[in-house]
Write a protein that binds this ligand. Structure first.
Ligand code: ZN
Length: 374
């Protein structure tokens, strides 16, 4: 079987790895644009560690700390403008997916003329080099070439992909996740789980990505019961989740995501449901609906997914995820129909090994939501 794998990011891990490996940052230039969300990078110590590392290297930086969750087009252009004005040589992005993705786009937009309406069709010819410091264990953006932005014109979130967006370095220190609350910890872990599962169900899956995905799934499934049971998450579990989410990123960097992500983007865009939770609400039902379709195709891939999840059937898995997220706010059938009609047009649908039709997407939504009325 022919396959290829590409992921050029150098990964360093462990407690205090930013400061201890600060020497590699010197390769990126002398002035950094540091991109963060509004408060967490300062609260969890990651910004201080990076600032200390840059100072010790004799590198200067300017801070862009205005990234909101689900960043807007205005936000990424504002960050890029700051990088240009301040003549930054590189971008260091700290945070969950939103700051890391904003950092990637700022790195590209700072060095070439791309207008707002062209953003989603732009081909980036160059970008500033990027260092990424994840502070949640979910997105995997530290090892992907994808940046996701809110696309108001299309009423969804849309990916911009360029090989230049692979960070040069990823620093994985689970200590920055110590104070994440239970809800964020679960939502992000389930996002990573969704990356690994969807990666296995992609037409671009390979033996290498499946091996990474199976390990990611095994680690996350072993950790989730502990997250469900307690309020505090021990550091050793956080380290495992960070490892698993980076594996998930390494998977989707090569496979892309499938139907769950574009379906989840609709829930995030219209109902402000957190990204990981939106995927988790749909993931079990997605597997159940695909199982029915696969009775004809017989890919055997769903058996491999079930084995990796260590579940007998997907109903148990769906119930488990349901317990994690509790009662959902109702969504009407007509809204779900609109979401299904839009999500079927997403480019990720072309990635699906077992291709769903629009009616299948609607079935996934309605199974998840038991709609309140038309
Ligand atoms: Zn995701």
């Amino acid at each position: 079987m022919n396959s290829a794998y590409f992921m050029p990011t150098r990964i360093v891990t462990g407690p205090n790895c930013v400061f201890e490996n600060r020497g590699i940052l010197k390769e990126l230039g002398i002035r950094a644009l540091v991109v963060t969300g509004k408060g967490s990078a300062k609260a969890n110590g990651s910004y201080d560690d990076l600032a200390k590392a840059l100072n010790a290297n004799g590198q200067s930086h300017v801070l862009y700390d205005k990234v909101m969750s689900n960043p807007t087009i205005d936000c990424v252009f504002e960050a890029a403008e700051l990088a240009r004005q301040e003549q930054c040589d590189f971008v260091a992005a700290i945070g969950g997916g939103s700051p890391m993705d904003t950092g990637k786009l700022a790195a590209g937009l700072a060095v070439q003329k791309i207008e707002r309406p062209e953003l989603f069709s732009a081909v980036f010819a160059k970008a500033l080099p990027i260092a990424a410091i994840p502070t949640t264990a979910g997105t995997g953006s530290e090892v992907t070439s994808t940046a996701v932005v809110t696309n108001s014109a299309a009423e969804t979130k849309t990916s911009v992909v360029s090989p230049l967006f692979f960070p040069r370095f990823a620093f994985l220190d689970a200590g920055y996740m110590r104070n994440l609350n239970r809800e964020t910890t679960i939502n992000t872990a389930v996002d990573a789980l969704s990356h690994a599962v969807e990666g296995m169900l992609s037409v671009r899956a390979s033996p290498l990505t499946n091996a990474l995905a199976k390990e990611s799934i095994a680690v996350i499934m072993a950790c989730l019961p502990a997250l469900e049971a307690r309020l505090e998450t021990p550091l050793e579990i956080r380290e495992k989740l960070l490892f698993a989410s980076t594996l998930g990123g390494m998977v989707i960097a090569n496979t892309g995501t499938t139907a769950v992500h574009p379906m989840g983007y609709k829930l995030t865009y219209f109902k402000n449901i957190d990204h990981g939770k939106a995927n988790g609400i749909l993931l079990g039902h997605y597997l159940t609906v695909l199982e029915k379709k696969d009775q004809v195709l017989k890919t055997n891939r769903l058996n491999e997914v079930a084995a990796a999840l260590k579940v007998e059937g997907f109903d148990d898995f769906t119930r488990f995820l349901g317990r994690l997220f509790g009662k959902l706010e109702p969504i009407t059938l007509s809204e779900l129909e609109t979401y299904a009609a839009a999500a079927i047009k997403a480019k990720n649908i072309g990635n699906c090994l077992i291709k769903p039709e629009q009616k299948d997407l609607l079935e996934i939504y309605t199974r998840a939501y038991r709609p309140s009325g038309a």
